[in-house]
Design a protein around this ligand. Structure first.
Ligand code: IVH
Length: 687
């Protein structure tokens, strides 16, 4: 047998320790010290050493998250303390009643202090740590017995396999004092800790794209996706799912704790991730106010929450209050309005998009879903309608999530009367009347008439949209009128409009017409990537347009490029290459481009790599900036290597706020995100 060199053992130990720490910094404190690339490099090095020296195997090594053999069934385990559910409240007066009840049982008139937490919409789990090691993880099950899902839970990156021994000083986002810098907390002999496993909106989107790519049915919502992922007998499947966790309570433990607030802080110090929007030591009135604030922010959060949990903070009072057989008397869930409602499908019609794709759309009996009226829902395509068996006249469950278009989740079959009608895709384009086709292996049905007015309208809307020419004032209704009146026969014609022609349109005053003419003039200076995106070439979205612009540098280069050359570009590939070459091969397209350039449109080509001073920094924008449009600010940030994200999270580095900022500002303040103005951004960018 090979003798193991002490240097190797030391190296392996050092790597394990460092990776353990970096996991904690990244997942729990949201404050990484090394880049992803550096982390990956350390992980690879450790994996290689462990493969070369199997004697050094350690089940708690940061590399040992995956690899357990598949199970034939789950074992069950009894929870030492039952995992109860929560009573629900729907109105402010339910909450005031709850507070009265609490004080009545405690026979006190004193004010009670509460801790409030977002109620995550995922699945409850219990993890048991013995002497700091993760021993077993289980589902809630029936509350008394759960299923053992240890191998699956180990694959969740934000679950520590070992608890944290030396706690660095916490940049606590919470009210109250954390442990001081030099103090150490003893690792508990036993810690049963409870939390919620969930999938973020972003993770859900990517997961469903992958499902579709593999011809598998998409998940209905993040919660179902999380449930399906957690109950896999083969943990290597779970490992590929973007599961996350937030911890919110404990079962049996030898930790000596006085309040729920102290419990949460201790969990965080031990390396267990806590939700950053928790508030502590507040009165019942403040809890009600916070419910409203949280409700306003709800759609900005990167994951689903369905309410706010209010918990009596003092643990001795919790013990006095006790529980019923179903739920504790010291806590209540104040639920938000549902983001799902049932309503009827009045009709189904078809919209024709820019590339000729026909999208079926359900016209619904108007229904209030979580505070917004929903009248229409996308049905995606023919296969989706068939899969969900949606018929005209059906009662359906509709759902709104974040900013996305509402969609039909499922049909309520028990409500069928037999009078429902099956929908068929039309054989002809509803706008131009030409025959539509559905290519083999594709889900999309298309109108292939290049002169179809519906397509033309959508192409022009796309051309003038934010990521493209960004022409302020050229709204959808106006585009439709201009096309119908014959003033726009291609997007190039936009640059041959003048104020007099525009003024002839309905609801167009002289001043608005003048303003639009100015906006068109201003849009004529355009960066190459935006120009490419504006053309509306199939498969060339904003991201691909940037890649092509960076690679080919000028329009002439790209016009001359062969499929092989484009295919060779990282991030492009054969489908994109074929689409680009086909687009530029067509004379009509070349003529339209010439007409655009003849109108003095000036394409700005990138001079070379600028200094990337904002490398990897994440920005979120809100409000109106002094004299930059949001798009211009976005471009400046991206040119310097930064990223712009739509929602504020703890991963956000800066919130760039202008005047009349939205609710993103208060969320950023809550999360301790640095808030900057336009002048500061410009200073950051100047060398
Ligand atoms: S405390 C005995 N806190 O809600 C109290 N639960 O209906 C136990 N949940 O099964 C729960 N976020 O899955 C608590 N911050 C939070 C929560 C939370 C989500 C879920 C959990 C539980 C259900 C109770």
């Amino acid at each position: 047998m090979k003798e193991i060199d002490a240097d190797i053992v030391n190296k392996v130990n050092a790597l394990r320790k460092a990776l353990h720490r970096h996991n904690y910094l990244y997942y729990v404190l949201d404050d990484p010290e090394v880049s992803d690339a550096e982390y990956d490099r350390m992980m690879l090095e450790l994996t290689a050493l462990e493969e070369a020296w199997p004697e050094l195997y350690d089940p708690d090594s940061p590399t040992s998250r995956v690899g357990a053999p598949p199970l034939s069934q789950f074992e069950t385990i009894a929870h030492s303390i039952p995992m109860l559910s929560l009573g629900n409240a729907f109105t402010d007066s339910d909450i005031i009643d709850f507070d009265h009840r609490v004080r009545k049982i405690l026979r006190t008139d004193d004010e009670i202090l509460y801790t409030v937490e977002p109620k995550l919409d995922g699945l409850a789990v219990e993890l048991v740590y013995e002497k700091g090691k993760l021993i077993v993880a289980s589902t809630r099950g029936d509350g008394i017995n759960g299923e053992v899902i240890t191998a699956n839970v180990r694959t969740i990156r934000s679950v520590p396999l070992l608890l944290q021994v030396n706690t660095p000083t916490l940049p606590s986002p919470f009210k109250g004092e954390g442990l001081g810098g030099g103090e150490k907390r003893n690792i508990p002999l036993r810690l049963e800790v409870r939390g919620e496993v969930f999938i973020s909106h972003e993770g859900f989107k990517i997961l469903n794209e992958e499902q579709l790519n593999q011809n598998l049915p998409p998940f209905a919502n993040p919660r179902n996706a999380a449930a399906g992922s957690l109950r896999q007998l083969d943990s290597s499947i779970t490992a590929k799912r973007p599961l996350e966790i937030f911890f919110y309570g404990v079962g049996v433990t030898d930790l000596r704790l006085k309040s729920h607030w102290e419990t949460l802080q201790t969990l965080q110090e031990l390396g267990l991730r806590i939700n950053p929007l928790i508030r502590s030591e507040i009165t019942i009135e403040e809890a009600v106010d916070y419910y409203k604030a949280l409700g306003d922010k709800r759609h900005l959060l990167p994951y689903d929450i369905d309410g706010m949990v209010i918990k009596v903070d003092d643990l001795s009072l919790q013990t006095k209050l006790g529980s019923t057989s179903r739920s504790p008397r010291w806590a209540i869930a104040y639920k938000f309005k549902a983001m799902q409602e049932t309503t009827r499908v009045l009709n189904i019609d078809v919209q024709v998009g820019r590339t000729g794709v026909l999208t079926p759309v359900a016209h619904l009996q108007p229904v209030n879903v979580g505070g917004a009226m929903v009248r229409r829902a996308t049905l995606h395509n023919e296969d989706e309608i068939e899969r969900k068996d949606i018929r005209i006249g059906d009662t359906v469950l509709v759902q709104r999530a974040g900013d996305v278009i509402p969609e039909v989740v499922k049909v309520i079959e028990s409500k069928r009367t037999g009078l429902e009608r099956i929908f068929h895709m039309p054989l002809n384009c509803p706008v131009c009347g030409s025959i539509v086709i559905r290519a083999k292996g594709e889900t999309a049905t298309r109108c292939i008439n290049a002169t179809c007015l519906a397509q033309l309208k959508e192409r022009i809307k796309h051309f003038s949209s934010k990521g493209a020419f960004d022409i302020d004032g050229l709204g959808d209704k106006l585009v439709e009128q201009l096309v119908d009146k014959g003033l726009l026969a291609s997007y190039a014609d936009i640059f041959y409009l003048d104020a007099v022609k525009i003024e002839g349109m309905e609801r167009m005053g002289a001043r608005s017409a003048e303003k639009l003419a100015c906006a068109i003039e201003k849009s004529k200076k355009i960066k190459f990537n935006r120009f490419l995106y504006a053309l509306g070439i199939r498969h060339v979205g904003e991201h691909v347009a940037k890649i092509l612009a960076r690679e080919f540098k000028s329009l002439d280069n790209l016009l001359d490029a062969t499929e092989k050359q484009i295919e060779a570009v990282e991030g492009a590939g054969s489908v994109i290459a074929e689409s680009v070459v086909n687009f530029f091969k067509q004379n009509t397209n070349r003529e339209v481009i010439s007409r655009i350039l003849d109108s003095n449109v000036c394409i700005l080509f990138q001079a070379g790599e600028k200094e990337r001073t904002l490398e990897d920094k994440v920005f979120v924008l809100t409000g109106t900036l002094e004299d930059l449009t949001r798009n211009q600010a976005k471009e400046m940030i991206e040119a310097a290597g930064g990223r712009v994200s739509g929602s504020v999270s703890r991963k956000t580095d800066y919130l760039l706020a202008g005047s009349s900022p939205g609710s993103k500002l208060s969320l950023a303040k809550d999360l301790g995100v640095e808030i900057i103005d336009q002048a500061t951004l410009q200073k950051m960018l100047s060398p």
